[in-house]
Design a protein around this ligand. Structure first.
Ligand code: ADP
Ligand code: ZN
Ligand code: MG
Length: 504
């Protein structure tokens, strides 16, 4: 069932106030946060068989003996899945191990017919990376402990409301979907850090084409590990793990709630249990699910049906060199190459598509700064109002670039351009086509301008006298009148010069 966000926020505030932790008490403790993020790899087929990965297919149609876990079926590792995982690891500055191993993680669950998940354990694909994030304009480097590959389980669907009418179903279409798990170091200290890290992670994964990261389809899922310690002390407190957060807003809210819960517990003489908790989006609270005393012993052992994974220098290099520029590198380049302000560079690299559009437009305009203003300002405004993505922009990048170039060549005033862009957006036509159709052209022709100026001078004798008696500030008014009379088409430079000359 979809939850309204405002409702969730309201409940969250209520529940935060139930936790009677005063702000100064809260400040005595330092939160420590580490995230485990699962990202679905964007392959067409599953990790160990040829079944399609497809969201929303009829239940239990995309299955075969391998992903159903039937006895005797043998897994075959998808090369594409490995390449996407390597790409993700490289983008996170990890060391990719030349030799890694799959392992069985044994547990029983109705949506796991194999009785084990195929994951990686003590020999993961990649380790020792990092991701830089920006929190309130300050750069923080968050360590990435490891990136490993694994298969996803199926899905249990619970249905019915009354006890007499309650059923659970199992859909195994998702079973065998390729995932990477990205484990962070416990380097985050606030819920804002966690939010920034998760957001940056999603951005990077989307950028390099590892995954679309559609959270509503479960393509990115987040577990948050949270502990608190008295400020100034070294030793970490006992952590609780909040499982399966499927939105970054909920991640932030759950972490904030958990920090307060733990501080209150410790302050009142209690002890934080090492446990797994769930975030209830209805109440805004985290709820204990299972304690570590009842924790699974997964009895990991090397997967006997798969040979160890070997990644040669050559393969690693191939994958790494095929990666596109990373968002942060691109942002820095936009600032250096086009002289953009940090904020604009940030907005223009938010997604790869926006950055591509901008660069394409600059090719036609040869003016990075002006193009940045038009894209982040007017164009994004129009897109937002129309509910469109930049990839659906009716104004092509080349046409936007041309518009900017026309202004720079003095064929168009900025004012006229602002009127033309919505028409371009509406019709998909170029600025030139619209100018010709509507007779909208900058008037630079001296004769035509002089005629308009003469008219304005004749109509405003008072202001003309003021100017002549030394009140030169009135020039602005007269320029405005000429501009108006020309329907915004007068070339501002030529207009100013001619008007001054005429006034003597
Ligand atoms: P486990 O053995 O319970 O799986 P790990 O050491 O593998 O724990 O860590 C899992 C995640 O929890 C990592 O993201 C790590 O950074 C984080 N983590 C570990 N210890 C703490 C702690 N005391 N407080 C908060 N997060 C922690
Ligand atoms: Zn299959
Ligand atoms: Mg662990």
């Amino acid at each position: 069932m979809p939850y309204s966000n405002s409702n969730a926020a309201e409940l969250y505030n209520q529940n935060m106030s139930v936790l009677a932790v005063a702000e100064d008490v809260l400040q005595k403790y330092e939160p420590v946060i580490g995230l485990e993020i699962h990202v679905q790899l964007g392959t067409k087929t599953k990790i160990f068989c040829g079944c399609p990965v497809e969201f929303g297919a009829a239940p239990n149609t995309n299955v075969c003996p391998v992903c159903l876990g039937l006895p005797g079926a043998l897994p075959v590792l998808s090369r594409q899945a490995v390449e996407l995982a390597i790409g993700a690891a490289v983008a996170l500055h990890c060391r990719v191990n030349p030799f890694s191993r799959f392992a069985r993680k044994n547990y029983f669950y109705p949506d796991l017919p194999k009785g084990y998940q195929i994951s990686q354990y003590n020999q993961p694909l990649a380790e020792h990376g990092y991701l830089d994030v920006f929190v309130d304009g300050t750069k923080k480097r968050i360590g990435v402990t490891r990136v490993h590959m694994e298969d996803d389980a199926g899905k249990s669907i619970h249905d019915g409301f009354k006890d007499s009418d309650r059923y659970s179903y199992v859909d195994l279409n998702r079973s065998g979907t390729p995932l990477i798990e990205i484990v962070s170091e416990p380097d985050m200290r606030t819920s804002d850090d966690a939010y920034a890290y998760a957001t940056a992670m999603k951005q990077v994964m989307q950028y390099i084409g590892v995954s679309e990261c559609d959270m509503e389809k479960g393509q990115l899922r987040c577990d948050a590990n949270v502990s608190v310690r008295p400020r100034g002390t070294e030793k970490f407190g006992t952590k609780a793990e909040i499982k399966n957060l499927n939105s970054f807003r909920f991640l932030k809210m759950a972490v904030d709630y958990e920090i307060r819960r733990q501080v209150e517990l410790v302050e009142s003489g209690g002890r934080v249990e090492q446990e797994t908790r769930l975030y209830n989006v209805d109440t805004g609270q985290t709820v204990g699910m299972r304690s570590k005393e009842h924790a699974h012993d997964y009895r990991y052992f090397p997967e006997p049906d798969l040979v160890p994974l070997q990644v040669s220098e050559h393969w690693l290099h191939q994958v790494a060199s095929a990666l596109p520029e990373l968002p942060q590198d691109r942002r820095d380049r936009f600032m250096n190459e086009f002289g953009l302000r940090e904020y604009d560079a940030e907005v223009l690299t938010l997604t790869r598509a926006v950055g591509d559009y901008f660069e394409e437009a600059v090719k036609a305009s040869s003016d990075g700064r002006a193009t940045a203003n038009w894209v982040t300002g007017d164009l994004m405004g129009l897109l937002k109002a129309a509910g469109k993505d930049i990839t659906e922009s009716p104004v092509s990048a080349a046409n936007l670039g041309e518009l900017v170039a026309l202004i720079n060549k003095n064929e168009l005033t900025g004012k006229l351009a602002k009127e033309i862009l919505p028409k371009m957006f509406e019709t998909g036509d170029s600025a030139r086509a619209i100018m010709e159709r509507e007779g909208l052209k900058q008037i630079s022709d001296t004769g035509a301008l002089e005629a308009i100026i003469d008219g304005v001078i004749a109509a405003n004798p008072k202001q003309v006298d003021q100017y002549k008696s030394g009140k030169t500030a009135v020039l602005g008014f007269l320029v405005g009148q000429v501009m108006k009379a020309s329907r915004g088409q007068a070339n501002p430079g030529a207009l100013n010069e001619l008007l001054r000359k005429r006034l003597g």
